[in-house]
Design a protein around this ligand. Structure first.
Ligand SMILES: [Zn+2]
Ligand SMILES: [Zn+2]
Length: 345
């Protein structure tokens, strides 16, 4: 043992001897760290409690980030609506599988999946969600997906790419392999589906060059919930949302987007703004998305009870909740909720 190590050992012995000399109450209880079994995070505990005590239809925002960036405070777009134990998914952006699991819901509860449009922040984890849901032992073969074409082909191609993986697992655990699920391509807007819980209709939104891109309205017996999908401000969204309880609308803070894009380009960040250049990036932003002030106007015209701002751009913490709320409140007098991941509405 080196001299230094010897000194440390003596110091430690003296320290421990000192501790035993203290009155019993002053000695802290030795805690076994549960590092191999972390506690549920506050958000997880909250969402599980709220869902387990819910009486009516509940919406959980799984991801509230606009755009495909990984590793952010918020996850990419995804939502789940729960009604009488049945789960209806809206979009499957990056992180949807983990976020869904964190709610404590079972994959066996998933009845249907709705994709608004084919951008990666809305569909990239759709296939993995199916396979992990099945491998976890819960996802039913009867789950049905709806979305713009070519959703059927995309599903078939993804499941084919996973065929060997699925087969190994099925063989090993002697379970039925996941086969092609039911998929309905939606070439045009209108009625989508109806079951004993809900009637779903779609609206065509404007999100070039993505065609078609949809918003969806869900009418449950106790509650109606509308999703704008990704779009510029549209009267058609106000019309489909008319009288709804909840409108989940995409929103951006245009001034903040402009400032953050300029900063990203200036510091040469490896981001979409730098790749495209300021003008091309801003042209996309303006041609494809909705400033929060305009979202307020749509909610006011539609007369919805609650406006939920989601798919936030920028999704960083540089825009505070009160700023988001103030932007939408310029034209909307109802309740405004600024979306955060795992929020139950
Ligand atoms: Zn998006
Ligand atoms: Zn999009």
């Amino acid at each position: 043992m080196s001299e230094a190590a010897g000194r440390r050992l003596v110091a430690r012995r003296n320290f421990l001897a000192g501790l035993t000399a203290l009155p019993a109450v002053a000695v802290p209880q030795r805690q076994t760290p549960d590092w191999w079994l972390p506690d549920l995070t506050r958000e997880e505990a909250q969402v599980r409690k709220q869902l387990s005590t819910a009486t009516g239809t509940k919406l959980v925002l799984l991801g509230t980030h606009g755009g495909p960036q990984p590793g952010q405070v918020r996850h990419n777009s995804s939502n789940v609506i729960v009604h009488k134990g049945a789960a209806y998914m809206v979009d499957c952006g990056l992180g949807v599988t983990n976020q869904f699991a964190r709610t404590g819901l079972s994959f066996s509860a998933v009845r249907s999946i709705f994709i608004t449009h084919h951008h990666p922040d809305h569909n990239i984890e759709y296939g993995p969600f199916l396979v992990i849901g099945w491998a976890d032992g819960g996802l039913k073969q009867s789950v049905t997906a709806y979305g713009p074409p070519p959703l059927e082909q995309m599903t078939r191609d993804f499941l084919r790419s996973q065929q060997a993986t699925i087969q190994f697992w099925a063989e090993d655990f002697e379970i039925a392999p996941l086969k092609m699920i039911g998929v309905h391509d939606l070439p045009k807007a209108g009625p989508v589906m109806q079951d004993e819980n809900v009637r779903v209709t779609s609206v065509l939104v404007q999100h070039p060059p993505v065609k078609p891109a949809y918003g969806y309205r869900f009418d449950f017996p106790d509650r109606s919930i509308v999703f704008s999908g990704d779009t510029v401000p549209l009267r058609a969204v106000a019309e489909i949302a008319r009288g709804a309880d909840v409108l989940v609308h995409e929103a951006m803070d245009l001034a903040a987007v402009r400032a953050e894009a300029q900063q990203a380009i200036k510091r040469g960040a490896k981001s979409i703004e730098t790749q495209s250049g300021f003008d091309v990036f801003m042209r996309h932003i303006i041609a494809d998305h909705s400033p929060a002030e305009e979202v307020g106007k749509i909610a006011q015209v539609a007369g919805v009870k609650t406006l939920v701002l989601s798919h936030l751009v920028p999704a960083s913490t540089s825009v505070s909740d009160s700023t988001w709320r103030a932007l939408a409140a310029k034209h909307y007098k109802g309740e405004i909720i600024v979306g955060h991941d795992l929020m139950v509405i």
